[in-house]
Design a protein around this ligand. Structure first.
Ligand SMILES: [Zn+2]
Length: 264
């Protein structure tokens, strides 16, 4: 039950097409990102009238430019382990990106030290949101995890153009082209592990920092783990991704003194 509530919360946070009994959050688009904070919900009174205010007033917003950050690799960090397994997921066109929602019975999780964070969904941005070494990559993949306490952990990996990616093709081929539509009955099985870069998945190297959701409501308290290696998709696959959404990426946000911790 708890997991169900969290999954409902997750879909409400990550899409404005979620079925919400009272009133739906106001529509937004990536084109208007400089003024997300000012989008009004005219059915509400101040301050609820500005549901995306945190996008403007937050001090720990995501994404960030890692080249601008001080990176501290001297601290001992908890071990990061991707423990994903096979699922029969829901392929979802969220209205803002290509997304895969894990099934209700899915047991795959990200382990950080002794804590386990169930994988709820993963999705793609084009181009990348985080900037690494002054480079914006062609795309970026976000694995979103939420634990029973409601804590959100996002594992991110940059996507470069190179070899074709078979599992990515399966996702593209099964995601509906209509906004807000899901494909829940494909019966297709996928293993998200196959989307991770060539790293030791029992003990991943990473950069970690405090941040936020990169889409409205830009809620803070999200802990980010960015992998130092990329995955690849082919040029044709990148074009196919752009056929769904293009420029669905937020620009880097001010660090405001945040440090980045790293295992390397
Ligand atoms: Zn994302």
């Amino acid at each position: 039950m708890k997991t169900k509530i969290l999954r409902n919360l997750a879909s409400a946070i990550f899409t404005c097409y979620a079925t919400v009994a009272f009133s739906a959050p106001p529509h937004w688009s990536h084109d208007e990102q400089p003024t997300w904070w000012a989008i009004e919900d005219t059915s509400q009174v101040v301050p609820l009238r500005y549901p995306y205010a945190e996008c403007g007033v937050g001090k720990h917003q995501s994404p960030i430019d890692l080249a601008a950050a001080t990176i501290n690799n001297a601290k001992t960090l908890n071990k990061l382990q991707a423990s994903y397994d096979i699922d029969t997921p829901i392929f979802f066109n969220s209205g803002h990106g290509v997304q895969v929602n894990t099934s209700l019975s899915y047991t795959g999780a990200l382990k950080i030290g002794e804590e386990s964070y169930p994988l709820i969904q993963f999705h793609f941005h084009e181009p990348s949101e985080h900037v690494v070494g002054n480079k914006r990559f062609p795309a970026e993949l976000h694995f979103v995890h939420i634990n029973e306490d409601g804590r959100i952990i996002v594992l991110a990996t940059a996507i470069d153009v190179g070899d074709e990616n078979a599992i990515f093709q399966t996702i593209l081929d099964n995601t509906p082209h209509q906004e807000g539509v899901q494909n829940a009955n494909s019966g297709i099985q996928i293993n998200p592990t196959l989307l991770l870069p060539a790293l030791d998945q029992e003990n991943l190297d990473f950069y970690t920092f405090a941040g936020s959701l990169t889409t409205p409501p830009c809620s803070e308290g999200v802990q980010w783990y960015l992998l130092p290696k990329v995955i690849t998709i082919s040029a044709a696959q990148l074009e196919q991704l752009k056929g769904f959404y293009t420029n669905n990426a937020r620009l880097p946000q001010a660090l405001n003194g945040r440090a980045v911790l790293s295992t390397q």
